[in-house]
Design a protein around this ligand. Structure first.
Ligand code: BGC
Length: 416
């Protein structure tokens, strides 16, 4: 009897100890497509394994525009989640509001400064303090292809230049296929546009025109050529493109109905979730003209100030889990991206990821590594929004001349 009581007391004590160190973690994210949801589920699993409660705050909408609107209203009403998927210069804007919780003790204990490439660590910090934790490195300047569609159209190899791209696109069209699967949403239009600018003008021009927003670069012949090339691509999309979600565009490749998609490597997560194999069912290559350049897009979570001790512990465990080698591997295998943590073994990754990892390291040295504007890594959110609008207006309205679009983009670039 005594033994039983003692046992029960020990058990009760354990439960109490566990609940003191366990808490709820509410995570706002926009990973809702097949491949994305599989990846997010890995984080949930790890947190639940640590005894925490995962409250999923998923807001659908590729690129995260809807998620950002919802996040603002939650924070304004004084009820922020524990963590939210926010990246690039928007991290600094949130930090300036004084609502983020610095993670320096954890970052120091776990040596984040040593584990992260400097270009990434800098983005995660506000006034020298870590206020965000990085998840991965996505490459944006990719071209994806359906092997079946290419075969049907007699396209023997992935195009390396824009000229080759249009030759292949003509063959796909002639074979009765959609040459380019596109989703007409601002962020997708700009994903295509920035890959064109990079391929036509090279990484230095990309930096000048789209990152520094230099007036001369924006008014240059290279910009003109970029817009002409961009408009030409539209002629290879189908009438269903306006408003289409990116993953539905990827599905057109998965079904063999379309040949190409210009999209970041979250598209690979979609192919994989559908059971397709890289190099066999689908192909990846750097977007035309930009094999020696890399537009990076680092997903990250900002961490909000919380009052509850259990929730604080869960939040810190979340940050630690995200930086951990186990999560970095399993998440990125599903997501299509590569680990952000340096020195992570790549043997379980496929050839697309291996190429990405090699190019990330090489372009960091060569100057070919540039931040993605379409994915919020380069310029202030208000300016980014204005430029995206100008580019999408041009894409959507064939009556807008290239010269007018150049003027509109230059005006938008002055938005503060
Ligand atoms: C994010 C990815 C996401 C994609 C589509 C990008 O901006 O970085 O994680 O999969 O948008 O929603």
């Amino acid at each position: 009897m005594w033994k039983l009581t003692q046992g029960a007391a020990v058990a009760l004590g354990l439960v109490a100890a566990l609940s003191a160190s366990a808490g709820e973690v509410e995570v706002l994210h926009y990973w809702t497509s097949g491949g994305e949801a599989k990846s997010a589920a890995e984080l949930k699993k790890i947190m639940q394994g640590k005894g925490h409660t995962w409250r999923d705050f998923a807001v659908a909408g590729g690129g995260g525009d809807s998620a950002m609107t919802v996040l603002k209203s939650r924070v304004i009403s004084g009820n922020p989640p524990s963590a939210a998927q926010v990246k690039g210069p928007a991290i600094q804007e949130w930090a300036e509001e004084g609502v983020l919780s610095p993670m320096d003790a954890l970052a120091k204990a776990e040596k984040w400064d040593d584990l992260l490439p400097k270009v990434v660590a800098d983005v995660m910090k506000y006034k020298g303090s870590y206020v965000a934790v990085p998840v991965n490195v996505h490459r944006v300047n990719w071209l994806w292809a359906s092997s079946d569609a290419l075969k049907k159209a007699g396209v023997a190899a992935m195009p390396k230049t824009w000229d080759e791209f249009f030759v292949a696109a003509d063959k796909l069209k002639a074979a009765g296929l959609v040459a380019v699967a596109h989703g007409g949403q601002n962020w997708q239009d700009f994903t295509t546009f920035e890959s064109v600018v990079l391929g036509v003008g090279g990484p230095r021009f990309y930096q000048d025109a789209l990152v520094k927003l230099d007036g001369k670069a924006l008014a240059s012949d290279t910009m003109k050529k970029s817009l002409e090339t961009f408009r030409r691509i539209k002629g290879y999309t189908d009438p269903g493109a306006p408003g289409r979600d990116w993953n539905l565009a990827t599905a057109m490749l998965i079904q063999g109905k379309a040949g190409f998609q210009l999209m970041g490597d979250w598209a690979k997560g979609e192919f994989m979730a559908a059971g397709k194999a890289p190099g066999k069912d689908f192909l990846c290559a750097a977007a035309p003209g930009a094999a020696s350049a890399f537009t990076f897009n680092v997903d990250s979570f900002i961490l909000f100030k919380l009052k509850d001790a259990g929730a604080q512990k869960a939040q810190s465990d979340l940050a630690s889990a995200i930086m951990g080698p186990g999560f970095q591997e399993v998440f990125n295998l599903n997501k299509g991206s590569i680990p952000v943590r340096t020195g992570q073994p790549m043997d379980k990754f496929d050839d697309c990821a291996k190429l990405s990892s090699k190019d990330f390291a090489e372009t960091a040295k060569s100057g070919g590594l540039v931040p993605s504007v379409a994915h919020g890594m380069a310029i202030a959110p208000a300016t980014e929004g204005a430029i995206k609008d100008a580019v999408s207006q041009f894409w959507n309205d064939d009556k807008i001349s290239v010269a007018d679009a150049m003027k509109k983009i230059a005006t938008a670039a002055k938005t503060k």
